[in-house]
Ligand binder design. Structure first.
Ligand code: G3I
Length: 455
């Protein structure tokens, strides 16, 4: 046997050498994909890495005040590849006095996340709750202007750093009415929600714009149907909405239900992405956590899951011990169940193989599904591939994050919006898979599919 010492660069030969070459190539490949899928410490062994293997994210709410807690940040940095500021982007935090904006705590979280390759969900631009006193006491056109200015200022400030915004939060009543919540924002006129979405789109054309709510998990509930009808209406009138967030705070009064998957897939069939945005479950039953993750994985347009805190002691409902880690930071049975679900996830099927039994409304016929996958990456650019299902005459809208620019496309006919960041790709007879090259210009955020419609 020939011994080799450090620094020996002679080529190896023979079976062991070939094995070494294969292992080295595999390591390089793994390193490349790990670099491209942010936060993927070791694929398959952490929540973020396993979700990334399925083309999803696994996120958590983060409180800026806890970033100095080493136990907390160790888990955060190891397990998660998406972050939502728990309170720091809310209206009272970002505009405590009218016209005077305060971004310090939010930026602390954004910087922590982005410097580690985690993506950021923005929460939230327009909400009846956690308004600063000056806004709480406003009404009418003054409030409408102040709300739109707030949306514009905050979304502009974080432009390019937030992949998805909860533009409007919790605008519907609980119970059986299906009505809008009676809030000072609602009293400015029923069109306040779409006005907020249009302002957000103008401010940050690259971000996905979501409507976010709770008690919208059960497909048969009036509130779920009311939100569904609003999203359907928005899509039909071209109001810029890209996604719906399901908070999914499950407890004994508002439990997980088996039609949750139907809810997710029915919204997705409207041509929006769906996201589980604030998951926690009273008592953290492993089977229920597993079901939620499996339901998301079963819907192609379910982008990912965010849990509302890391350890039980971090939860807004700490006494219900609803999270994946106990107060000492140890993994609970629910953690193992979620990881197993992520690792065993099946190929997404969307629309669902089991359609809603009694859909109160019929999804529009003009929708299709487009799934974006990463492909090759170079030092300055990367390729993405989009697979369309459900139509041959498709139109897919894709957005990149400034200062990224698309430099090349194939298997489709592209047009561009005025910003140059939003590409509308139409089928050109080359099949149902198109691709494009994005010049990163220092930003490696994955492009997002905004919509897929039948031409
Ligand atoms: O930071 C102050 C502290 O200085 C003060 O001593 C203390 C006294 O009450 O309050 C602290 O602020 C609290 C803040 O959380 C930070 O812990 C607020 O009182 C408290 O109201 C606030 O609660 C937040 C709640 O939203 C407010 O609506 C929760 O942390 C946050 O988890 C929760 O998140 C919401 C989502 O935004 C929307 N969906 C529901 C979800 C749960 O309510």
């Amino acid at each position: 046997m020939t011994e080799r010492c450090q620094g020996d660069t002679r080529p190896r030969t023979g079976p062991r050498a070939r094995t070494a070459i294969v292992l080295a190539a595999a390591a390089l490949l793994a390193a490349t994909s790990a670099a491209f899928l942010p936060g993927t410490a070791s694929a398959g062994t952490t929540l973020g890495a396993s979700a990334a293997e399925k083309g999803r994210y696994f996120g958590t709410a983060v409180a800026a005040s806890r970033l100095s807690d080493g136990n907390y940040t160790t888990i955060l940095n190891r397990e998660f590849n998406s972050v939502t500021p728990e309170n720091e982007m809310k209206i009272d935090a970002t505009e405590p006095q009218q016209g005077r904006f305060s971004y310090g705590a939010a930026e602390q979280i954004v910087n922590h996340a982005r410097s580690r390759g985690m993506s950021v969900r923005g929460h939230t631009l327009a909400w009846h709750s956690q308004q600063p006193p000056w806004m709480e006491s406003m009404s009418g056109s003054a409030l409408r202007s102040a709300m739109l200015n707030h949306v514009t200022q905050v979304a502009t400030h974080f432009r390019g750093q937030v992949v998805a915004w909860d533009v409007v939060n919790e605008a519907f009543e609980d119970g059986t009415s299906g009505a809008r919540r009676n809030s000072n924002l609602q009293r400015t006129g029923n069109d306040w929600i779409e006005a907020a979405f249009r302002a957000a789109r103008t401010a940050d054309p690259g971000a996905k714009l979501c409507y976010n709510d709770y008690n919208t998990d059960n497909w048969t509930h009036a509130k779920t149907q009311a939100v569904y009808n609003m999203v359907r209406d928005f899509k039909s009138r071209g109001v810029p909405i890209d996604c719906v967030g399901f908070q999914s705070h499950f407890n004994n009064d508002s439990p997980y239900v088996s039609n949750y998957r139907t809810t997710l897939s029915s919204f997705a069939a409207l041509g929006v992405d769906v996201q589980v945005t604030e998951l926690d479950i009273q008592g953290a039953p492993a089977a229920t956590y597993r079901s939620v993750v499996e339901d998301c994985l079963a819907v192609a347009r379910c982008n990912g899951v965010t849990v509302w805190g890391i350890r039980d002691s971090d939860s807004w409902r700490a006494s219900q011990t609803p999270l994946l880690f106990n107060s000492s930071g140890q993994k609970k049975a629910a953690y193992d169940a979620v990881l197993a679900a992520l690792n065993n996830g099946t190929t997404p099927t969307d629309p669902p193989t089991t359609p809603p039994t009694t859909p109160p409304t019929t999804p529009p016929s003009g929708s299709c599904t487009a799934t974006l996958q990463d492909s090759t990456r170079w030092g300055d650019r990367f390729n993405s591939q989009v697979t369309v299902s459900g139509a041959t005459n498709w139109t897919v809208v894709v957005a990149v994050t400034p200062p990224q620019k698309v430099s090349n496309t194939w298997n489709g006919t592209p047009t561009w919006d005025s910003s140059g960041n939003v590409m509308t790709m139409r089928s050109n007879g080359s099949g149902n898979v198109f691709g494009f090259t994005t010049m990163a210009n220092g930003t490696w955020t994955r492009p997002v599919v905004r919509s897929c419609t039948v031409s």
